[in-house]
Design a protein around this ligand. Structure first.
Ligand SMILES: O=P(O)(O)OC[C@H]1O[C@H](OP(=O)(O)OP(=O)(O)O)[C@H](O)[C@@H]1O
Ligand SMILES: O=C(O)c1cc(=O)[nH]c(=O)[nH]1
Length: 203
């Protein structure tokens, strides 16, 4: 099942960003009544998974987010579940460009209750590895900060947080207070502007 009429492999960064906005507004952005993970109420929701779990969407997300990482990045990590396909997509993108060969870690919401008892899944990395935390959406910023803590507890350096979408509801200030660098690909304003330009409200 293809959802784009072109191959994402040959697009420029600007074209890729435009195609990703198209996918997010078609498949992820919905208006209605929603409760968020923080307990907040929202009149819209962005479920990125239909995009990040599609080959064309995953490719766009992987290459665009990888392009926002600094050259010093050595690994990526993300809080399950939304970040799972994203860390994999960025890790794969790193096979082709610098920063290269970034392993991916998945942070559990709870430690595994049996077997390894692990909080983190993925390759064992060297102590002090420079890890960037990836997110699909940030709202309060709390989930990514939990991922930061888990990565630090494992002996790695959490160097920054990078999100696909920032809802502009306080995450940036939260990360600033925590002293952790923050980058984003898109904001809710980008998504709403694209959505409004293509959806006429019914009368
Ligand atoms: O900035 P915050 O206020 O923490 O909100 C953002 C978090 O909420 C979503 O995850 P969710 O808890 O819905 O879980 P899921 O990824 O397992 O669907 C999203 O993937 C972020 O991790
Ligand atoms: O804050 C959240 O829980 C949240 C908001 C949103 O738009 N999308 C999402 O996956 N989580």
């Amino acid at each position: 099942m293809l959802i784009l009429d072109c191959s994402p492999l040959t697009l420029s960064a600007d074209e890729a960003r435009e195609k990703l906005l198209y996918l997010l507004t078609q498949l992820a952005y919905r208006e209605g009544s929603f409760t968020l993970t923080s307990g907040r109420y929202s009149d819209y929701y962005i479920n990125c998974k239909p995009v990040t779990l599609h080959p064309q969407g995953a490719y766009l997300v992987g290459s665009l987010l990888h392009g926002l990482l600094p050259p010093e990045a050595e690994a990526v990590a993300g809080m399950t579940l939304g970040a799972d396909p994203i860390v994999t997509a960025v890790s794969l993108a790193s096979l082709q460009r610098q920063p290269a060969n970034l392993p991916a870690l998945i942070v559990r919401k709870q430690a595994k209750g049996h077997g390894t008892q692990a909080w983190l899944e993925g390759p064992q990395l060297s102590p002090g590895t420079r890890v960037w935390i990836l997110e699909d959406v940030v709202t309060t910023g709390g989930s990514a900060l939990q991922a930061v803590e888990r990565v630090q507890e494992a002996g790695y350096r959490a160097e920054g947080i990078l999100t696909l979408v920032d809802r502009l509801e306080g995450a940036e200030a939260c990360y600033q207070e925590a002293g952790i660098p923050f980058r984003r690909l898109l904001t809710i304003e980008d998504i709403r502007a694209y959505y409004r330009a293509r959806h006429t409200p019914e009368r």
